[in-house]
Design a protein around this ligand. Structure first.
Ligand code: GLC
Length: 425
């Protein structure tokens, strides 16, 4: 197997962040198992250790709730370096978990790992895939019932942390309506690990915890939460990832599913694609979120507007427009795609989700560009991402104007992204 220049270092990070079959995003700052981080990490492991890739997904599923939700954090082992911990969430699952979820990359990862297992001639791959496929299917059912009860064909987040883009300017207006009062005493730990100027502001943190308090008081019941939620956004990034993961499950269902499941998945898929297609705004050359509390579009430019390409086949006019828009966002940047463009008033190149570049976001955007025929642009973005990692290290994210590495270091999903994207360029 050809090795990339920093491949050994990437693998060493995954080994170092291993806590027994699951990988923490990075030591101390994020000391538990995170949902979409683990899905990306599993795809990284699939390159050189299929067994470990399956293990990552199996351990995540230990946290799956009876109603199908896969939580955003699984607290397998205690740690006092993170807030809010299990006591704040107050959930009642067998393993302590948070009470909210994260982007459904799981189904994408499962297909990826399954195919890597077949390609490497691993015995028993199908048997190992089966229960994970069932878990994924149950989680997709949860998404469509709990988070699209009105049948919009779009799934909603009830907390900014569910989006994975925690501090995105896309949430500013909707979050501003959330009270800053909390019943939980706030003891931030993140600013002890990372420079406070890169992290969310205190007031936003209070709102984040207000939402946790509200949903805990609903007993984590999806219907009660939906009714009580002061923050409810139909998110195109989330919907697109779910739609793409649904297509991946449809593919797996050919070998491990039943005819009824195939039909069910294909109905889900059509519903999500139709919902997403309605979020295209030609005048903005991207897709936009819908704020279900105000009933208004959220036009703030963020990377989420391009993620639907992972699921949808664009027409020629849309494709040309998206490519031109991505080029505009890249212009003047050392590394892209920025999480907010430099021409936006919200742009802050060093602050969490308000400008910096995430390698895993680029992974999704490049997948989408490629699926839509823009191989050259995809490769250019991948090349600069790999260069940024080789130059600055396996950081959490990168300043698009300088390529400087920021946030936590020795990050698992950056290591996984490096190995996957590095093999494509
Ligand atoms: C931050 C990110 C989120 C990620 C987590 C662990 O909360 O916003 O997307 O999953 O860190 O890396």
């Amino acid at each position: 197997m050809t090795m990339l220049p920093k491949e050994e270092a990437a693998r060493a990070i995954l080994a170092r962040n291993d806590r027994g079959g699951y990988t923490v995003p990075t030591d101390r700052l994020y000391p538990f198992q995170w949902n979409w981080d683990s899905a990306f990490v599993a795809m990284g492991f699939a390159i050189f250790d299929v067994d470990r890739a399956y293990r990552e997904l199996e351990r995540l599923i230990e946290g799956q709730w009876d109603d199908g939700m896969i939580p955003h954090i699984v607290f397998h082992a205690p740690s006092d370096t993170y807030f809010p911990g299990p006591d704040v969430w107050g959930t009642r699952h067998r393993v302590p978990t948070s009470g909210i979820t994260q982007p459904a990359v799981f189904g994408m990862a499962l297909r990826h790992v399954h195919e890597a297992a077949l390609a490497s001639g691993t015995t028993g791959a199908t048997e190992r895939t089966k229960p994970l496929y069932q878990a994924a299917l149950r989680s997709h059912r949860w998404w469509l019932t709990a988070r699209d009860p009105e049948g919009l064909g779009l799934v909603s987040i009830l907390h900014p942390w569910e989006s994975g883009s925690d501090n995105s300017p896309a949430w500013d207006e909707a979050l501003a309506r959330v009270p800053t009062t909390t019943t939980t005493a706030i003891r931030r730990k993140d600013t002890g690990h990372v420079d406070a100027s890169m992290r969310p502001r205190d007031e936003d943190y209070q709102r984040f915890i207000h939402l946790v308090d509200t949903y805990r008081e609903c007993g984590w019941d999806p219907r009660r939460q939906w009714a009580a939620a002061p923050f409810k956004v139909a998110d195109v990034q989330m919907t697109a990832i779910l739609a793409r993961a649904t297509a991946d499950l449809m593919h797996l269902a050919e070998t491990v599913g039943t005819d009824e499941e195939k039909a069910e998945l294909s109905r889900m898929h059509e519903r999500l694609l139709a919902g997403l297609a309605r979020r295209w705004r030609p005048e903005l050359s991207r897709f936009v979120n819908l704020d279900l509390v105000s009933g208004k579009d959220i036009e703030t430019p963020t990377q989420a507007g391009f993620i639907p390409l992972v699921a949808l086949t664009l027409d020629d006019r849309q494709r040309t427009a998206v490519v031109a828009e991505v080029e505009r966002w890249l212009s003047g940047m050392v590394v892209g795609v920025p999480s907010a463009p430099s021409f936006s008033p919200a742009f802050e190149p060093k602050r969490y989700w308000r400008g910096p570049v995430w390698a895993v976001v680029n992974w999704l955007i490049c997948d989408g560009l490629r699926l839509n025929g823009s191989e050259d642009l995809a490769r250019r973005i991948e090349r600069t991402t790999v260069q940024a990692i080789e130059g600055a290290g396996f950081c959490e994210y990168f300043d698009p104007t300088t390529g400087e590495g920021l946030g936590g270091d020795t990050f698992s999903w950056t290591a996984a992204a490096y190995m996957v994207l590095g093999r494509r360029i």
